[in-house]
Design a binder for this molecule. Structure first.
Ligand code: SF4
Ligand code: SF4
Length: 376
């Protein structure tokens, strides 16, 4: 038995004078706290697994069960409270992040309940003493450091922004955790008031497709096995690769990022090269091909599979410009990515099979074994 520093949160007590050994608690506890031993005709319980949901208490026909807080004391310390110590024990033993249902279970300030929107007399004198118009539209997204204008026109490229009619969003809750109807209600409310709901990690149910403009769809994260270097695709081609996998989200580096390079080949003739990100969303550079390289505008570039990160044969980009540079060793070649990098809603993350493919397939080997001579 492994020694554990974790102690139960709850103590499950059974009043043996009341218990009629009906085993309802055994069948009803989802955490398998209650056990019935046929040989000794007795019941026992594993307090450590109890989460204090009270299901067994409610369903016990004789009210024989009581759930109490486990009465274990720690040496008093204002910094190292029992909660903190227990949380450290749990995380050290499980190696995981502690998760709770129903939001944060710590007594942190809840600002929401204390918000006061005093919108009276936004203008002075008021336009309408009862219905003063007030715009609280909010834009989320990367903002430029400065704005450049030319002839009075804005020329700075603004990164995509999420527009919210009011500065409130619904937090992430999957339909698996709160029911599909509840998520549909949130989606409908988000659409009505002009804000966003969040699918959580449970995926996007097709009933929610019509709320797409108001949806934040979470991609699978480290908790589902996403790991750095995994290729990411859309329906048209390669998007990039995972560079960071966090517990609740993952980050992708696009193929157009200046720090990204992807081994490609020309689909027409197999010519190998490297496509490097240009920093522009719709442009890749091919800086390593000589002036006499057999490459033309309109050539499709696909992944070559070299380097091992991207599987071979996926569309990457189409060559849109080939300019020989006689005074330089390499030509100037650019390509447009096939993937819709700036308007994707759903992406595909690729898991590769790392098992080596056998040189002779089992089927072939079996065929040979069962082969019977037809002419003797
Ligand atoms: S449900 Fe109640 S009565 Fe039945 S076995 Fe459990 S504790 Fe005993
Ligand atoms: S309170 Fe809930 S978790 Fe605990 S023993 Fe009863 S049913 Fe199981």
């Amino acid at each position: 038995m492994t020694l554990s520093m974790n102690t139960p949160e709850f103590l499950v007590e059974r009043d043996l004078d009341r218990c009629i050994k009906c085993q309802v608690c055994v069948g009803q506890c989802a955490n398998e706290v209650h056990k019935y031993d046929k040989e000794t005709d007795s019941l026992s319980c594993d307090d450590l697994a109890c989460v204090g949901c009270h299901r067994c208490v409610t369903l016990c026909p004789t009210h024989a069960l009581t759930i109490k807080k486990f009465p274990l004391e720690f040496r008093e310390n204002a910094n190292w409270t029992a909660n903190t110590i227990n949380a450290i024990y749990k995380q050290a033993e499980s190696g995981g992040i502690l998760l709770t249902g129903m939001g944060n279970d710590k007594p942190y300030p809840i600002y929401w309940d204390h918000l006061l929107l005093n919108a009276s007399q936004v203008t002075n004198p008021s336009i309408d003493p009862l219905r003063e118009p007030m715009e609280v539209k909010t834009y989320l997204g990367r903002k430029p450091d400065k704005l450049d204008f030319s002839d009075g026109e804005l020329v700075t490229e603004i990164a995509p922004q999420v527009e919210l009619e009011l500065p409130i969003m619904f937090s992430a809750m999957s339909f698996g955790s709160i029911s599909l109807n509840a998520v549909k209600s949130l989606a409908a409310a988000a659409k009505e008031v002009g804000t966003m709901f969040n699918t959580g990690e449970g995926g996007l149910h097709q009933d929610l497709y019509s709320y797409g403009d108001n949806a934040i769809v979470q991609v699978a994260s480290g908790r589902f096995g996403v790991h750095p270097q995994q290729p990411v695709l859309d329906a048209n081609g390669v998007v990039g690769q995972v560079i960071r996998s966090l517990p609740f989200s993952s980050e992708i580096m696009l193929i157009t990022d200046p720090n990204h390079a992807i081994p490609v080949q020309v689909n027409r003739n197999g010519l190998l090269t490297i496509a490097v990100g240009s920093g522009q969303m719709n442009r890749l550079n091919l800086p390593f091909l000589p002036n006499n390289a057999d490459i033309r505008t309109g050539d499709l570039l696909i992944t070559s599979g070299l380097g091992g990160t991207f599987p071979q044969g996926y569309p990457v980009a189409v060559v849109d410009q080939f300019t020989p540079e006689p005074s330089k060793p390499f030509a100037s070649i650019t390509a447009t990515p096939k993937a819709m990098l700036d308007r994707n809603r759903e992406l595909l993350i690729v898991w590769s099979n790392t098992n080596p493919i056998p040189l002779t397939s089992e089927a072939t080997a079996n065929d040979k074994k069962t082969e019977t001579p037809t002419h003797e």
